[in-house]
Each structure stands twice: as C-alpha cells, then as structure tokens.
Design a protein around this ligand. Structure first.
Ligand code: AMP
Ligand code: MG
Length: 309
C-alpha cells in the first residue's frame, strides 16, 4: 500500500530517488495530483499507462521545472507561445507544441507534438528541479474516473500500484490545466481550465497584428486531443445537471450546488463527487455555474462527469 510522504527534504529526496529508479509516484500540483514518471525513461512512462489503465495513444503532459526548458522539447518557441508561457507560467496552462527528436514518442502517443506545462506547486517544482529532467504526468486516478485533489484520494485509487504519494495538501485550483494547441497562428483551447478564454483574449489583444479572432474554443475532436472523451471525470453516481435558477424535483436525492463562488466550486468539485460514491449515493442533482470565466471549465467537467455514472 502506498505511503503518504511529507514533502520535507528527506521526502523530496526519496521521491526523486524513486523517479530515478524508473518508478511512478503520486505528485501534488496546483491543478490535481499527478501520476509522475521520468519523461526520458520509456519503461517508466509505459508504467504510467499500465497503472492508470490508459490507452497508450492518449498523450501525457510533460512537466518542466522552469519555463526556459520548453526550448529543449520543441523545434521552435513561437512568439505567441512565448507570450503565453511568460504570462501564465508557472501555472495551470498546458501548451501543445511541435516536439523535437529528444521527446520520447511514448510520451506523445506517437505524435510529433508534445504537451508541456510548468506547474506552480512548490513540491512539484522541487521534485522536477532536483530530478534534473522533465516529468510526464496524467492525473493520478484510474482512466475515466474522478481526478484526485488530495494525497488520500491517490492512495484510495492507486495505492496498490504505487509506493509513495508526496503530500502537498489540497490542490489549490482543483481542475486540470487549460490545454492550448499552439501549433498554428491561432490558439485553440482543447480543454478549458483555470486560465480562462477571457484571459487569453486579453493577452492576444495586446500582441501586435492580432485580434480576438486568434483564440478559438471549439470543442476538441478525438483526433485533435486524443483522450478528451465524452465521458470522463465520472463518479459511479448518476448526475442530473441543472442551470442556476431552474426548478426541479429532487425526489429526496442530494443537491450539489456549484453556482456560487467559482474558485471554491472548482477547488471542491472532485472531493464532492468522490463523497457521493463514498456514501453509496446512486443519483445526485447538480447545479452548474454560468459559463463565463472559470465557470466554463467547471461546466465542462460536470458535463463529462454526468455522461458517465
Ligand atoms: P491528462 O493527462 O488526463 O491531463 O490529459 C492530457 C490530455 O492532453 C490528453 O488526453 C490529450 O487530450 C491532451 N494532449 C496531450 N498531448 C497532446 C498532443 N501532443 N496533442 C494533442 N493533445 C494532447
Ligand atoms: Mg485525467
């Protein structure tokens, strides 16, 4: 059974040693907990897929300690990509760029593009910095299930398959990163997150020769973003979604209201979905937030969670 390890100097050293040996570990970030392995070790990367039960064609996000390391992974850092990373890194933004030859195709699912993020969590930073190379990490849960936002969530899901989970407390944001395809002149949001479409519009509007037309948040297709499935983040409980202000009959089922403060809604979302299953609830009503800002990402996750169950 996995141990929860405190992230003091000894704990960080133990985690780094495990990664050097090719093991996978539970790693806290500000978005959700990751299932991390040395991104340059193909055997270790393959172990991520087998522990999660994730198809090997669903690419992983490569996490770097410093923004400057993006240049080691891609053929070219475009001005638009540089503006994005300068503005939002370290933080909850993943950029998809053209991969250079050094990037393992085990990480990219065989593609010539790679997803890269520089996390803002001090424990993630300390581990990746001490390891001295990037870390590949999807969320530390079984494929298709609810993401973990505490070390205990990781142990509950994957405790039999990994040895250690570094304890970084509750993830501050609680939702996976915003993913942006940066491989063309316009930015396409493949997954909404805490870096919002509004923030992206504001940034592109400040760049020369640009217009708001440069950001699109089209629904990502399976070919563009493999693994963006219709059902994802799903608890066993069936979720019935409602807009704020809708009238509905609860029939005695619990009501989860995410239409209040958006940061709190995101921060508590996955713990509340997990709590439904822990108390063997079969059906719950969910009030979704309005679509603006962080509300878009929360609605995206709840829609996918409701498509499972
Ligand atoms: P997760 O690891 O669960 O946070 O999911 C990462 C997601 O990022 C994948 O499921 C893909 O949808 C997306 N992704 C990662 N790398 C790429 C890439 N090279 N091209 C397109 N999408 C990617
Ligand atoms: Mg995930």
């Amino acid at each position: 059974m996995a141990r929860i390890v405190q992230p003091d100097a000894a704990g960080i050293a133990e985690a780094v040693d495990a990664l050097r040996r090719g093991e996978v570990i539970g790693l806290p970030t500000e978005t959700v907990y990751g299932l991390a392995a040395d991104a340059t070790n193909d055997t270790a990367v393959r172990r991520i897929f087998s522990v999660k039960g994730r198809p090997e064609t669903h690419p992983l996000i490569v996490h770097v300690a410093e923004a400057i390391e993006l240049a080691n992974l891609t053929t070219e850092v475009t001005p638009l990509t540089r503006a994005l990373t300068q503005t939002f890194w370290p933080g909850p933004l993943t950029v998809i760029v053209r991969a250079n030859q050094k990037v393992s195709r085990a990480v990219t699912g065989g593609r010539d593009t790679v997803a890269v993020r520089c996390p803002a969590h001090p424990v993630a930073h300390a581990v990746i910095h001490a390891l001295g190379c990037p870390v590949a990490a999807p969320s530390a849960n079984r494929f298709g299930a609810v993401s973990p936002t505490t070390a205990t969530h990781v142990v509950v899901d994957l405790g039999n398959d990994i040895d250690i989970v570094l304890d970084g407390g509750e993830c501050e944001i609680g939702l996976e990163s915003t993913i942006i395809d940066c491989t063309s002149d316009s930015l396409e949001v493949l997954r909404p997150g805490a870096v919002t479409v509004e923030q992206l519009h504001t940034l592109t509007a400040t760049l020369s020769d640009s217009s708001e037309q440069r950001v699109s948040d089209g629904t990502a297709s399976e070919s563009r973003a493999p693994g963006m499935m219709q059902s994802h983040y799903a608890p066993r409980a069936r979720l019935v979604l409602h807009e704020p202000g809708d009238h509905f009959d609860t029939d005695g089922a619990p009501v989860l209201d995410f239409s209040g403060d958006l940061s709190t809604a995101a921060h508590t979302l996955y713990a509340r979905l997990r709590a439904l299953d822990a108390s063997h609830i079969a059906l719950a009503h969910v009030i979704v937030p309005p679509p603006g800002g962080l509300g878009q990402a929360i609605r995206d996750r709840l829609t996918k969670a409701a498509a499972g169950g």
